[in-house]
Design a binder for this molecule. Sequence first.
Ligand code: CA
Length: 186
Amino acid sequence: MRALVTAASAAAVLVLATGSASYGHQQRADAPPCAGQLITNPSFERGTTGWTAGPRMVVLGDQARPAHTGRAYASLAGLDITRTEVLRTDVTLPAGCKLTLRLWVRTTTTETTRRDYLNVSLNVTGVPPKTYFALSGDGSPQWHQYTGSTGTAATDRTATVIFFASEVAGDGVTAFDVDDVTFTLS
Ligand SMILES: [Ca+2]
């Protein structure tokens, strides 16, 4: 059963087992460690640049369905066709840094059976894959922010955010809109 994640429970914390191996993190003089935002094109204003996305996934907002910021956003499902769709990107997470994922989702639906859903996963090297948020058609029809974070590790890792949408034909249409997806180091 897919559970709607409420704002109160949306802050998920990933607990990491830190290995005993220690590798010195090479700090660059021009880039302070553990600061800044890593995702290229977080607001989809440059289309699918920096993302692995399905065809026609990045769309332009209008008055009825505006973007969260800017003009563009990504939209998954929404065609009442039985299918799945994936939107993803990955970054290198430097050693010793904590990563915070923030994203905005808007859900519009005519469905009553909650068979359409969007799973949002944050995968980090060395940690079992985990679904952070499982959203169905009873998600917010207004833009809503979700947040999750990782612990630190002694080595550089790859962090991947994956949006996996599944829809079933014939029982109403659900569209999951996504905008302003950020990976912030601390
Ligand atoms: Ca945008």
